[in-house]
Design a protein around this ligand. Structure first.
Ligand code: ATP
Ligand code: MG
Length: 252
């Protein structure tokens, strides 16, 4: 069974069909790329997968479970976490607190426990601190754990956003143009981070990207969107050699 299976997904805004008849199958452990020109519908697909938008038609299954009509929180609990095209962090919180926000989704204590600082509250607080630190170490951000997220350099903010998404313990990680706005060095480091996430957490990843070098370097499969439709789908090498794909990109 595929980890993610999407069938005939469609959504329109006003008269515009932003995504139509979209199909996708991602196996566990794959690093899968979603590419296409500006406005092709890539972010809209992420918004559909995470419950930000409800589709007009179609079915989304995660690990065999139908998540099509669920809301964003339910979908996160079911196992999908994401990052955003424009970084979204709690900029006035410290680096470690940003990760704890992600963790609090899974290490839960009741309001009663937290108000009265009962034993289990303290134990969970400690567990959260340790887990957050462990995650920050993986992303090489533990040295900056107490500084404000807004004071991190851009490349590290991107990393922190991925760390926070990973803190919710997802089955599938969605990354929306993580290399946008990065210089070549930051992009190279990001590629290494993505490869590391996959290795360390045995993660399945769906990546939206414009940077073809990044995509061809790390994704084994691709889906190309053009005007909200799947233009081509399959092994990276074959997709990038497809004349229709080349044409769509030259027209970009
Ligand atoms: N909430 C919305 N209301 C109206 N139109 C929308 C909405 N969301 C997306 N669209 C439209 O859907 C189309 C696809 O947008 P989307 O953001 O998914 O493209 P994209 O492939 O992510 O582009 P980019 O590479 O620029 O990020 C665009 O024409 C966009 O204007
Ligand atoms: Mg987008």
């Amino acid at each position: 069974m595929a980890l993610l299976e999407v069938n005939n997904l469609s959504i329109s805004f006003g008269g515009l069909r932003a995504v139509g008849d979209f199909n996708l199958k991602i196996e566990k452990g794959e690093l899968y790329g979603l590419i296409g020109p500006n406005g092709a519908g890539k972010t809209t697909v992420f918004n559909l997968l995470t419950g930000v938008y409800k589709p007009d038609e179609g079915i989304i299954k995660l690990d065999g479970q139908d998540i099509t009509r669920k809301n964003t929180i339910e979908i996160n609990h079911a196992g999908i976490a994401r990052t955003f095209q424009n970084i979204r962090l709690f900029k006035q919180l410290s680096v470690i607190d940003n990760v704890k926000v992600g963790l609090s989704e899974r290490i839960k204590y009741s309001l009663f426990e937290s108000v009265f600082h009962l034993g289990s509250y303290k134990a969970k607080e400690k567990e959260m601190e340790e887990e957050a630190l462990r995650l920050l170490k993986v992303f090489d951000l533990d040295g900056e754990k107490d500084i404000l997220a807004s004071n991190l350099p851009y490349g590290k903010q991107r990393k922190l956003e991925i760390a926070r998404a990973m803190a919710t313990n997802p089955k599938l990680l969605l990354l929306d143009e993580p290399a946008a706005g990065m210089n070549p060095n930051e992009t190279k480091e990001l590629m290494e981070t993505i490869a590391l996430v996959r290795r360390e957490f045995d993660m399945t990843i769906l990546l939206i990207e414009h940077d073809m070098k990044l995509v061809s370097g790390i994704c084994e499969k691709l889906t190309v969107l053009n005007f909200g439709r799947v233009l081509c789908q399959g092994e990276t090498k074959e997709v990038l050699a497809d004349p229709e794909v080349i044409k769509a990109y030259i027209g970009d």
